[in-house]
Design a protein around this ligand. Structure first.
Ligand code: SF4
Length: 170
C-alpha cells in the first residue's frame, strides 16, 4: 500500500519483534478501494501468520493527508462493501480473534455487525450530518470525521426510527 520497497517485510519483522517482547499488538486495516478486494486474504493472513494479535480494527477511511490527495483511487461507498466486511468480521470472530469496526455508521451496517461497531472517532473531530438529529441510534453511532464532507459520506445513510428497531424495542 505505501509503495516503499521492503515495507511489508519490515513491518512483519517489527510485528514479530513486538510479540517476542511481549507487547500487545493491534492491527488496524483501513477500508478503501485498494484493501477491500483482498480483505478476506488479509484476514486469513493475520489469523495464520499473526496469531498473537490481540485486536483487529477494520476502519472506515478518514479523509486526511494521503487519503484526501488520492480520493479517486481510494474512495468507495462503505455501503458497497458491507458484505465483504461481514464476511471478514465473521471469519475473525469465529476464530476467537477480537475484531472491531471503527468509523462506520450504524445505518449502513447490517444489524449483525452492530455489536462490533465502536464509537471510535475522537470527540474533538467527531460530527454528525443534519439528518442524524432525528435518528434514534445517534447516541450509539460513530458519526463522521469533521473532515468528511458529502463527498466522503455514504449515499445510503438513513436516520433510523423506533419502527426500524421494532424487533428489539418491543
Ligand atoms: S442517520 Fe446518522 S446517527 Fe443515525 S445511524 Fe446514520 S449516521 Fe448514525
Amino acid at each position: 500500500m505505501v509503495g516503499a520497497p521492503g515495507a511489508f517485510d519490515e513491518t512483519l519483522e517489527g510485528l514479530y519483534q513486538l510479540a517476542l517482547n511481549g507487547a500487545k499488538v493491534e492491527i488496524r486495516v483501513v477500508l478503501h478501494a485498494m484493501t477491500i478486494p483482498r480483505l478476506r486474504q488479509l484476514a486469513s493472513f493475520i489469523y495464520r501468520r499473526l496469531p498473537f494479535v490481540e485486536h483487529v480494527a477494520l476502519m472506515g477511511l478518514e479523509p486526511m493527508g494521503f487519503a484526501k490527495r488520492n480520493r479517486e483511487k481510494l474512495w468507495i461507498d462503505p455501503a458497497s462493501y458491507v458484505d465483504a466486511l461481514s464476511d471478514v468480521v465473521g471469519f475473525l470472530a469465529n476464530r476467537k480473534m477480537q475484531v472491531s469496526i471503527y468509523n462506520l455508521q450504524l445505518c449502513i451496517l447490517p444489524r449483525s455487525l452492530w455489536p462490533f461497531a465502536r464509537q471510535s472517532i475522537s470527540e474533538w473531530k467527531n460530527k454528525f450530518a443534519a439528518p442524524c438529529g432525528g435518528c434514534v441510534v445517534r447516541d450509539h453511532c460513530a458519526g463522521f470525521f469533521a473532515s468528511a464532507n458529502d463527498d466522503w459520506r455514504s449515499q445510503h445513510l438513513k436516520p433510523l426510527t423506533l419502527e426500524d428497531l421494532s424487533d428489539v424495542v418491543a
